[in-house]
Design a protein around this ligand. Structure first.
Ligand SMILES: *Cc1c(COP(=O)(O)O)cnc(C)c1O
Length: 405
């Protein structure tokens, strides 16, 4: 069976985990702080906080911005549930909007969804391909849009507009007009979950890049405390001589990253630009070259004049097929021992969101994208032979289904 996306375990990762275990310090400490600095250097954003997941990062940013019951947060329907679940956690309402043919949030749909209750927009860089951030940032800064904004908290008064919080779970290392994700919006959240491009097994980070009315370092400190029970000193600071006493300033969360996880991230980041991204690009280019010869194949966008993807998900679409034909193709592919996936089931087809009243009929582009989509294996170390097998298996499976249509 050719797997979908196994992690790459460098020997150096194993050595480094042993080093951490031997160091006597395994939770949040020097390695987490170093990983944060390295991410900031890599992305060139203003400050970075590492956490135990992207979900934690999204939620803590919504909490920081004071999002609560009665507020609305605009989220694309075409995403993993995490992007909307966090809005529900805060008691606010996710306003799900449709996407474009490239799978990313539609600017027109955002415009139609903005109301005086809108506090945040969470664009998702699907498959690692950045959204149209100039247009989104311009929109939230338009005088007529700012006039609608009703600030309720200190932070909301200071920004005085809708916060743009990008779900960059897929797009670490992607670029938009020459700038890396992490710098493209007020804040971006990365995921280092096991299937993501850069992994710490479980983990995530908030890349802060708020405008200069905010002190991003100070917000980093605030978020640090928020992510550790509202405790004003972390475990490492408490080990300093006589420094045992701490205070709790709010009922915070428990979202910190451990040094064991950060150790993995430090090594992964070291090879990310030089090895990981080129290896993934090579796989994308291979699939594109092979499938371009087939009239039924719709090739995903991953490099354009203004954008380069992080090559996270190769989202192949088959032209003019139904959802059940797609499912049949997937079954045939699995029967030939190749693992594929679907990214994503739009939220309204999942029972929780359906029960809340969201109806897939209102999201025709998302449904069309989803019903024809098959994500192909992309992982470091996939061999030339495996790539050939995947391609042949996909082609034969599609053609068998099309022939019998
Ligand atoms: C993986 C993923 C997340 C959640 O990441 P975690 O680190 O597992 O919390 C959020 N959004 C999208 C689009 C994802 O694919």
């Amino acid at each position: 069976m050719i797997p979908f996306s196994p992690p790459k375990i460098y020997p150096e990762l194993i050595d480094e985990i042993v080093n951490v275990l031997k160091s006597g310090w395994i939770t949040t400490g020097p390695r987490t702080k170093q990983f944060e600095k390295d991410i900031t250097n890599y992305c060139e954003n203003k400050a970075t906080l590492c956490l135990n997941s992207a979900t934690a990062g999204l939620e803590i940013m919504l909490r920081w911005y004071g999002v609560k019951k009665g507020d609305e947060v605009i989220v694309p329907v075409y995403t993993y549930c995490a992007s909307a679940n966090v809005v529900v956690h805060c008691g606010a309402t996710p306003i799900l909007v449709d996407v474009e043919n490239d799978f990313n949030i539609s600017l027109d749909a955002i415009k139609k969804a903005i109301t005086p209750k809108t506090k945040v927009i969470i664009p998702v860089d699907f498959s690692g391909f950045p959204c149209n951030y100039d247009e989104i940032n311009e929109l939230v800064n338009l005088p007529e849009i700012k006039k609608l904004f009703v600030p309720n908290t200190e932070e909301q008064k200071k920004l005085n507009r809708i916060l743009v919080l990008s779900d960059a779970a897929h797009s670490f290392g992607a670029t938009y007009k020459g700038k890396k994700t992490g710098t493209l919006t007020d804040a971006s959240v990365f995921s280092f979950h096991a299937v993501k491009n850069l992994t710490t097994a479980e983990g995530g980070a908030i890349a802060l890049n708020l405008p200069d009315v905010f002190d991003n370092k100070e917000i980093y400190n605030t978020l640090c405390i928020k992510s550790l029970h509202g405790q004003n000193k972390d475990a490492l600071a408490k080990t300093q001589k006589g420094n045992w006493r701490y205070d709790i300033v709010e009922a915070g969360f428990k979202y910190n990253m451990s040094d064991l996880h950060a150790a993995l991230g430090l090594i992964e980041l070291k090879y990310y630009e030089k090895e990981t991204l080129p290896a993934r690009k090579h796989i994308f280019d291979y699939y594109t070259k092979e499938f371009s010869n087939h009239a039924w194949a719709e090739i995903p966008a991953y490099e354009t004049e203004n954008k380069t993807s992080s090559y996270h998900v190769y989202a192949l679409r088959i032209k003019n097929i139904s959802e059940s034909q797609r499912d049949l193709i997937i079954q045939k592919i699995f029967d030939k021992d190749v693992s594929v996936n679907v990214h994503f089931q739009p939220l309204p087809i999942l029972s929780f969101y359906k029960k809340l009243g969201y109806d897939i009929k209102n999201y025709p582009v998302a449904f069309n994208n989803y019903s024809r989509e098959i994500s192909l294996p992309v992982f470091y170390g996939i061999t030339a032979e495996q790539l050939k097998t995947v391609t042949n298996v996909v082609i034969s499976s599609v053609e068998e289904v099309l022939k019998n249509a």
